[in-house]
Design a protein around this ligand. Structure first.
Ligand code: NZQ
Ligand code: ZN
Length: 392
């Protein structure tokens, strides 16, 4: 097992009605003004924003609002948010929404606290935040795991760029998780969430690491739980048990717990980010579903025992020791069938990706043929392009 630091400082308030406490929770941080940050229309329509405003007012907190975060959140709105916070003297950012709102909030908090650095330089890896504002979230969608993760993913659609960066300053101070708030999530988005959550941990599971049988067991439980909960929530949107297990899986799958002792990188995510950068209408989870099986079929030979463990422990398959490939390919087929059962795409063409764009995607994913994605198999431009082609 590799050395590791496990540091997940986010305080979680989980369960029914917990969002009603938001004002009194923020009050404990001794702050002056809150930015209430949200997305399109869902939180207004459900009445959640009304309850949040009332709670902030009851706690005597002053606040300003900035809505309009789009899926695959935009740098332009982050810049607007930074300017607003500076003008208004905001020192706390509250995100009400899914991964896009939370990431936009994180970037705004980092931008305000580091006025001498251009915020896009964090995404480009040219600079790292040295401070941040305090921030919290009310989760309305179980998917990205941003509520407890140390990452922030921002797009600049004017340049077709989507970049994620990790930093300890990207951790939320608190996350309010009421599963009932996700009853209104449409079935497609619910399916995207189930894919994304499972993928955060499956990706970690297939990065190099030895003798991490405790981490493996936690990872396997998270993946199996979210696949069950995702299917149940997809079939019955107001199934509390399903929504609750899915929400908690969202947080655990991406907060660092499931890579303790292992190398950490999210490889298929890198492939996907290029797809949704070039095709901003593509939902992140759908992009992952379209890519994962092709990636899996391409790389599995680099670590057959690990893939057999996946086949046995996740898909309950008996191992064919004479023909291990058969067992592994069957497990990948079962994963694919699961995606199909949730009406998720299993190819890029289903998402409208054009063959002519595959070289551009591979070029961007390999950062102009300069970077490799290092797992059990090293993937450079040539291999990345081959996987995109398989996935078409
Ligand atoms: O904008 P509104 O009207 O709120 O609608 C949203 C949006 O259209 C809707 N929605 C959210 N909660 C809802 C709801 N609709 C009905 N009822 C509710 N309760 O769902 C749509 C998608 O929202 P979005 O926030 O974009 O989805 P998600 O949570 O999947 O976040 C995706 C973003 O997170 C990034 C992705 O790349 C993508 O940009 N990621 C962030 C990560 C992180 N920071 O750790 C890790 C992930 O791997 C991911 O890359
Ligand atoms: Zn993801």
């Amino acid at each position: 097992m590799n050395n590791f630091i496990y540091d997940t400082p986010t305080r979680v308030y989980f369960g029914k009605d917990e969002e009603l406490k938001v004002g009194s929770i923020i009050k404990t941080y001794d702050i002056k003004k809150v930015l209430l940050h949200f997305g399109g229309s869902s939180a207004e329509k459900s009445g959640l924003l009304g309850r949040v405003r009332a709670s902030l007012k009851d706690a005597g907190l002053s606040f300003v609002e900035l809505g309009g975060v789009v899926p695959n959140p935009e740098l332009s709105l982050v810049r607007e948010g930074i300017a607003l916070c500076q003008k208004e003297g905001v020192d706390f950012v509250l995100a009400v929404g899914g991964g896009s709102v939370m990431d936009s909030a994180k970037d705004i908090a980092n931008g305000v606290a580091n006025p001498d650095i251009d915020v896009w330089d964090f995404s480009l890896g040219k600079a790292a935040p040295k401070a941040t504002l305090k921030k919290g979230c009310i989760l309305t969608l179980a998917a990205a795991g941003s509520e407890m993760s140390n990452s922030c993913v921002i797009s600049d659609s004017t340049q077709h760029e989507k970049r994620g960066y990790g930093s300890p300053f990207n951790r939320m101070n608190f996350a309010i998780e009421n599963p009932e708030l996700t009853y209104t999530v449409p079935s497609y988005q619910t399916a995207c969430g189930a894919v994304d959550i499972a993928m955060h941990t499956i990706e970690r599971y297939f990065m190099p690491g030895d003798d991490t049988y405790l981490t493996d067991a936690v990872a396997e439980a998270v993946v199996k739980s979210v696949m069950k909960a995702g299917a149940d929530a997809y079939a019955h949107p107001d199934d509390y048990t399903a929504r609750a297990n899915m929400m908690w899986a969202s947080s655990l799958a991406h907060n660092g717990l499931t890579d303790c002792g292992r190398v950490f990188q999210l490889t298929v995510h890198q492939f996907e980010h290029e797809v949704s950068a070039l095709y901003p209408k593509v939902a992140h989870g759908a992009g992952l579903a379209a890519l994962w099986c092709s990636w899996a079929r391409f790389v599995y030979k680099a670590n057959v025992p690990r893939w057999l463990q996946f086949a046995h422990n996740i898909w309950n398959l008996d191992i064919n020791f004479e023909h291990p490939d058969e067992t592994i390919l069957k497990a990948i087929d079962m994963q694919e069938a699961y995606y199909k059962s949730l009406s998720m795409p299993v190819s890029l063409s289903e998402l409208g990706v054009k063959a002519d764009d595959l070289e551009t995607l591979a070029d961007k994913c390999s950062r102009g043929k300069t970077r490799t994605l290092d797992g059990y198999m090293k993937l450079g431009y040539k291999e990345i392009l081959a996987i995109y082609k398989m996935a078409l």
